[in-house]
Design a protein around this ligand. Structure first.
Ligand code: DX5
Ligand code: ZN
Length: 222
């Protein structure tokens, strides 16, 4: 395996939005390294969620890496706002912008790590030309818009090919959607190292047990 680290990134989408501060602290205490923030605009995906204001409000309350997943049309209009709000990683969808290379470099100029994401039906070839510059590739294993959906199996092959293509490149492979104790080992084995989990962490009462269970299952991947 190219990269040995396992990074757990609970998705805030499944948190109790009336208690964000304590929810964020809870998963940090439970051992999460990253906090995944799903930004939806009602155009690129059929749902509306949070904006830079929420990222800015959360920032003083955690040391976790703030991993902002922009599911918005024209992400170029928003990256500066998220960088200023304190995002550490900003991921944009290749389907949402015409000038992907320029946008990824802009994110890096703003002092953030730049990620590119692709929907389940988008071929890997759509991001191949930017693999030399990205810090992270986020493979969607559900059609974005909602938590709690079923994992789409074709993501496994995509992750395997991304891991093969990596060679000496630096990008992390992140997977998002339908991740849980029953499939995390397969996803790990395919080559992913950042695991987004909404329902499987925030949806559980005992977040420490949930994260530990997922991590153990991922570590056990052969
Ligand atoms: C889906 C979001 C995901 C979502 C994952 O559009 O990008 O981050 O919160 O939720 P689960 O883990 O419940 O599939
Ligand atoms: Zn996400």
């Amino acid at each position: 395996m190219a990269n040995k680290q396992i990074i757990m990134a609970p998705s805030l989408l499944s948190a109790d939005f009336a208690n964000l501060k304590s929810e964020v602290r809870d998963v940090e205490k439970a051992g999460a390294e990253w906090l995944h923030l799903d930004v939806m605009d009602g155009h690129f995906v059929p749902n509306l969620t949070i904006g830079p204001l929420v990222v800015d409000a959360i920032r003083p309350h955690t040391k976790m890496v703030l991993d902002c997943h922009l599911m918005v049309s024209k992400p170029e209009d928003w990256v500066e706002g998220f960088a200023k709000a304190g995002a550490h990683v900003i991921t944009v969808h290749c389907e949402a912008t015409h000038h992907l290379e320029r946008l990824l470099k802009r994110i890096q100029e703003l002092g953030c790590k730049a990620g590119v994401s692709l929907n389940p039906a988008t071929p890997l070839a759509s991001v191949e030309e930017v693999l030399d510059i990205v810090d992270l590739v986020l493979v969607m294993s559900v059609n974005p818009g909602f938590g709690g959906q079923k994992f789409i199996d074709s993501a496994i092959g995509k992750i395997e090919r991304l891991a093969e293509l990596r060679g000496s490149r630096k990008y992390l492979i992140e997977v998002d959607g339908g991740i849980g104790p029953s499939n995390i080992a397969r996803v790990r084995k395919a080559g992913a190292e950042v695991f987004v989990a909404g329902s499987a962490v925030f949806g559980q009462k005992d977040r420490a047990a949930a994260i530990e269970g997922l991590r153990k299952a991922a570590e056990g991947a052969k």
